[in-house]
Design a protein around this ligand. Structure first.
Ligand SMILES: O=C(O)C1=C[C@@H](OP(=O)(O)O)[C@@H](O)[C@H](O)C1
Ligand SMILES: C=C(OP(=O)(O)O)C(=O)O
Length: 755
């Protein structure tokens, strides 16, 4: 590469010309060191007022030049430059005053102080109004180290930096600061100043106050030498941050006084509660509190790990960074077990929580959807242990024992969770709000709002009957005889769950049989539910008695591998312990009618649900007109059945499946678009699809529209494609099928996860 080309590359990556760091301690030094390493600025100037530290600063290999004051170098600075203020919080206003006196208005100014409100107020006072050039920020990273030699060039990697721009902040300054942080590996969040200070008071300032206070308390104990001699890991872990810089933390506490005091008061109250429980030998309360705290912390750690390692398990539904790249061809062989059934996992948490006694669940699906349901019940005060290797222990609170959640309940990507929760929340004596991710927020909730309103429940939706949903707990639901206009297990279950709280008999008539897990599980919990033909009936006012639940493997997740083996020559695959509930076996009935070779073995019943091992060997498939009575029994399997149809000889016609248009995506349109993009012949119709199968599939790019089943279906299609398939936005696979990519690779699909 020529010197000229080299220079052009360097120029492209330079974000600022001169970076001035005022205060070369842990934060300032680490910022300078990281920027130096990323090679995104031409020169780094350190400002160090303390003469005795200037030569030490000059020794640092990430500082090019040292000056005593910003006013010494301000004449050199222009729009390409940036000043980073990294002095203790209470000193920031005096530095800002110097900047106001000497810095040109085009120079970007940012900071790293832990409190933002007091600095914003100071800036307003100094400048008259918040200057456009000011972008206040706070890196959520640190260490108990401090001082001139504490700088580390990776301190901010994968750490969050909160920027709190004001309405006056100019976009170009905000963008420069954002790019600089991102260049050194930080992740940016934008927040309002007040929210920032309150959140930090709770998550950072309070723990620091407690650590300092604990060590100080013990140090004052006359036996403190003994105590410190015997203090072990627990003491060390809890008090690590009490070695932090006292001046810096003094400043933070003073600058964020009101918010810190609020957090301390809340903590003192909780501590007193615990103290009283210990004094009263109230073991249940102590255990409840510790268990809640343990699982809250475990969840927090999981969240943190997931956001640091961009794998499939990322919990945030907003993330679409994961793509699948599939090489064509392969055969499908082996014996596998897929994770637990999603529908049953949701219901196990709901009914276990509302039962009296302790429910043990095994085989629980540790996917994001079911975990969101589990979290919602923790948010309503239910003590739930796990999941650990699919085992969950629920300390049921009874039908009327839930507590009002303090924040909206987040149902993630799951229509099932939102609709079933609406039914049972209708029976509570508190109000609750249900929210969901971008896909769930578009799905129709009028279908449950209507029968609930007929039961006298007040339920507020957004325009068009979309989430968020607010369910008011002011009135007891009235019993209802409901004739469902569509075949939906979610609507049926919602009405039945609300019916548990109604006086008298509630019934639902369905236009076609839908999955009956709610009815089966209610019976398992000792509740009398009658099914006569298409009518399901229960009486309100009973009780649920805790029981144990063994969740079978999800037939909907198995379906991807059934089709994979069915369409790929030389394949022979066995899937163990698959749920065979007759209201779910449409996939097997339809595939068999298309000519698939499927055998069932080890048939058994676990906790009221039939299971079997399913063996699928390749045999050529033919197109069929899918019987409409099979549609509700295979409702989630159509995306992958469309792939089977594309592989089959002849034409497959699906009708009566308009419900597919209101799933996580419009599964008719999205699948037709994807199939046609890779060379299939698929024509969407209002209520289904016509697929002329047997045309060879090429490769191409697939958009999943935030729908897990679209992603997994096209991974299966790669087996009969001749070129690479790239599937974009696959993070939602983790909602229903954690570990899909690994299992797919294991059986012979050439799948690479890219993030
Ligand atoms: O009750 C359930 O657990 C489900 C019912 C079905 O939805 P509908 O009731 O909307 O058909 C299905 O698509 C969903 O994945 C799970
Ligand atoms: C439709 C599905 O789920 P839900 O309605 O719960 O989002 C699904 O899993 O395919």
């Amino acid at each position: 590469m020529s010197i000229k080309e080299n220079l052009i590359i360097i120029m492209d990556t330079v974000i600022v010309n001169k970076l001035v760091v005022i205060g070369v301690g842990l934060i300032g030094g680490s910022f300078a060191a990281s920027v130096k390493r990323a090679q995104v600025c031409e020169e780094i100037i350190g400002i160090e007022a303390n003469e005795s530290l200037q030569s030490a600063a000059q020794q640092l290999d990430y500082i090019d030049r040292v000056a005593a004051s910003i006013s010494d170098i301000s004449h050199e600075l222009c729009a390409d430059d940036l000043v980073f203020i990294a002095v203790p919080t209470l000193s920031v206003p005096s530095v800002l005053k110097q900047c106001a006196n000497c810095l040109p208005a085009e120079v970007t100014i940012t900071d790293g102080a832990s409190v933002k409100g007091s600095i914003l107020t100071a800036a307003e006072k100094i400048y008259g109004e918040i200057p456009q050039q000011l972008v206040l920020g706070h890196p959520i990273a640190g260490s108990e180290q401090s001082g001139i030699n504490a700088g580390r060039n990776n301190l901010f990697e994968n750490h969050r930096v909160v920027l709190t721009p004001s309405e006056h902040t100019a976009e170009l300054h905000l963008s420069k600061v954002t790019r600089l942080w991102e260049a050194i590996g930080a992740k940016i969040s934008i927040m309002d100043v007040v929210a920032h200070d309150q959140v930090l008071a709770a998550t950072s300032h309070l723990p620091h106050a407690l650590a300092f206070s604990l060590v100080d308390t013990l140090a004052h104990d006359p036996d403190h030498e003994d105590i410190f001699t015997y203090a072990a890991g627990g003491f060390r872990d809890f008090t690590r941050i009490a070695s932090s810089n006292p001046t810096m933390w003094h400043d933070i506490m003073c600058a964020n006084k009101d918010a810190v005091v609020r957090s301390l008061d809340l903590f003192s109250e909780n501590l007193k509660f615990l103290r009283n429980a210990i004094q009263a030998n109230d073991g249940d309360t102590i255990l409840d509190l510790f268990t809640r705290a343990k699982y809250a912390r475990d969840d927090f750690l999981k969240l943190q790990t997931a956001s640091q390692n961009t794998k499939e398990q990322i919990p945030s539904m907003s993330s679409n960074l994961i793509n699948y790249v599939l090489s064509p061809g392969g055969t499908v062989n082996g014996t596998i077990r897929v994770p637990g059934d999603k529908s049953i996992s949701h219901r196990s948490i709901m009914l276990g929580s509302l039962a009296e006694g302790i429910t043990e669940v095994t085989g629980f699906l540790e996917g994001e959807d079911a975990l969101a349901t589990l979290q919602a019940f923790r948010d309503m005060g239910v003590n739930i242990e796990g999941p650990v290797d699919g085992k969950v222990t629920i300390h049921g609170v009874g039908l009327n024992g839930l507590q009002k959640p303090e924040k909206p309940l987040d149902m993630g990507n799951s229509g099932t969770a939102m609709r079933l929760m609406s039914g049972l929340l209708a029976g509570q004596n508190f109000d609750a709000t249900l929210v969901g991710d971008v896909s769930l927020s578009k799905r129709p909730m009028g279908r449950i709002a209507k029968p609930l309103a007929e039961m006298g429940v007040t339920i507020e939706t957004e325009e068009g009957g979309r989430p968020p949903l607010k369910i008011l707990g002011s009135t007891q639901p009235q019993a209802l005889d409901y004739e469902m206009p569509m075949a939906s297990a979610q609507v049926k279950s919602c009405v039945l769950l609300a019916g548990l709280y109604a006086e008298g008999t509630t019934s639902v008539v369905e236009p076609a049989p839908t999955r009956d897990h709610t009815e089966r599980m209610l019976r398992g919990f000792g509740y009398d539910v009658k099914t006569e033909g298409s009518k399901v009936t229960l009486q309100g006012g009973g009780k649920l008695t805790a029981t144990n639940i063994d969740v079978p493997s999800d037939i909907s997740s198995s379906a991807f591998f059934m089709v994979a083996a069915a369409i790929t020559p030389n394949s022979d695959l066995t899937i163990k312990h698959v749920g065979m509930n007759p209201t779910r076996v449409g996939i097997i009935n339809i595939l068999r009618e298309m000519g698939a070779n499927i055998q069932l073995g080890n048939e058994a019943e676990v906790g009221g649900e039939p299971v079997a091992d399913v063996r699928i060997q390749y045999s050529p498939l033919k197109g069929i007109h899918i019987p409409e009575d099979q549609v509700p029994l295979a409702i989630d399997e159509f995306p992958v059945l469309f792939v089977a149809a594309a592989a089959a000889e002849g034409t497959t016609v699906l009708t009566g499946a308009e419900e597919l248009r209101v799933k996580e995506s419009d599964r008719i349109q999205v699948m037709a678009d994807g199939l046609n993009a890779i060379g299939a012949d698929a024509t969407p119709t209002p209520d289904g699809m016509v697929i002329n199968g047997g045309t060879p599939l090429k490769g191409g790019d697939i958009q999943t529209h935030h729908d897990h089943r679209i992603a997994m279906s096209f991974a299966v299609a790669s087996l009969i494609a001749t070129e690479e398939i790239r599937i974009h936005d696959c993070a939602t696979v983790a909602t229903s099928f954690p570990g899909f990519a690994d299992l797919a690779k294991l059986v012979g699909i050439s799948l690479e996860v890219q993030s």
